[in-house]
Design a protein around this ligand. Structure first.
Ligand code: HEM
Length: 149
């Protein structure tokens, strides 16, 4: 079961999982950084330091990770085949939602950089749990492959 990728399928899958680890690491780190940043006054030296860290993690880990996960995931998916792969359909929907969370997160970091604090710390702490929950669901779907015909 390798499809158009042939012998390269396992390599694409390996790099897909590597990209997933980078992306999810960023999705765990940035919301935690924002919780820490809540303690610093907008415009203070500490606040500026957090803004730099947020921008760097977005540029170096989050955005490239998101792109690589999608490109390599879709390469693997088109080779694997969508027919009868219920798990893959559900997985793509959940990853789509997680990509929306990524967009929200990066947007929120930009608002922090503009001196805004759009959410209460408790809300941010709660939203911190989203990547962990999504990872549990996605990995179970990818490994156990429920809803396979
Ligand atoms: C839209 C984006 C994605 C697509 C289309 C996609 C698709 C795929 C496909 C087709 C496979 C190969 C399945 C196999 O050969 O058994 C795979 C493997 C895997 N994916 Fe994704 N994936 C995406 C995003 C993600 C994300 C975000 C995660 C984790 C948070 C993830 C975790 C995994 C894992 C752990 C495997 C290895 C499963 C195994 O070998 O048993 N994927 N993915």
């Amino acid at each position: 079961m390798t499809g158009w990728l042939g012998g390269a399928y396992d390599w694409v899958k390996a790099f897909h999982v590597i990209a997933v680890i980078f992306w999810v690491a960023g999705l765990f780190m940035l919301p935690r950084f924002l919780v820490y940043q809540m303690a610093s006054a907008p415009g203070s030296p500490e606040d500026r330091l957090w803004n730099e860290r947020n921008a760097r993690i977005t540029r170096i880990i989050l955005n490239p990770g998101l792109i690589l996960v999608w490109v390599l995931g879709l390469m693997a998916a088109t080779s694997y085949g969508f027919a009868g792969s219920g798990w893959l359909h559900i997985k793509i929907v959940v990853v789509f939602a997680l990509s929306g969370y990524h967009g929200w997160l990066v947007g929120t970091a930009k608002k922090f950089a503009a001196g805004q604090r759009p959410y209460a710390e408790k809300t941010l702490r709660l939203l911190n749990e989203v990547p962990a929950l999504a990872t549990i669901v996605i990995v179970i779907l990818a490994v156990v492959k429920p809803f396979t015909e």
